[in-house]
Ligand binder design. Sequence first.
Ligand code: NI
Ligand code: MN
Length: 230
Amino acid sequence: MQIIFHGHSCVQIVTNGKSLLIDPFLRGNPLAVTKPEDIQTDYILLTHAHTDHILDAEPIARANDATLVAMFELAEYMSAKKLKTVGMNMGGTYDMGFAQAKMVQAFHSSSIMLEEGQMIYAGMPAGYIIQVEDLTILHTGDTALFGDMKMIGERNQIDLAFIPIGDHFTMGPDDALQAARWYGAKMVIPVHYNSFPPIRQDAEAFVKRLEGQGQKGRVLAPGDRMEIHA
Ligand code: NI
Ligand code: MN
């Protein structure tokens, strides 16, 4: 399968002519090299409702007649826009046929910003454990470090994990290193950094520190593609 990193937390998994896209944020990301109209996908998974995770979900879903998968409240909000949605909740697994996504805990917040500065409650934030082509891929969503990452690591053989390192809104590198240890991921790709000034980080230094604790990491630049097979 092919993994495409579109910058920030936006990850695309392409396998056997099918695609799922996680957290599309392209137009608002100064580092993105992909435009929403360039994306072809069957599914869009949302970890939570913050703008830097859903900004391009609506246009991409419409252009592709794609199904949005999200926490129940966020899915209902998208459904009211006449989009195809699947609302789920923590601990549940949704079967897309070519891949299965289990919604797991993230320690963060989730709301939809209205222009007047008001917010709509969007349910709990989440991450996804995705089974695809005999591989287990974790996208943590935005999260702080929390103890049950250890349990998730014990109960899943994680081949590839996307973990935020930006600090300020999520874990910083120190906590992300602990998260990587607890998840026991065979390969870690840092996300959610450098898109804005408060989340500037040295991703290469993070990967070196991962190697120092016996784990593999890889820095992907926006637009980078990676082949991965079981
Ligand atoms: Ni967020
Ligand atoms: Mn975010």
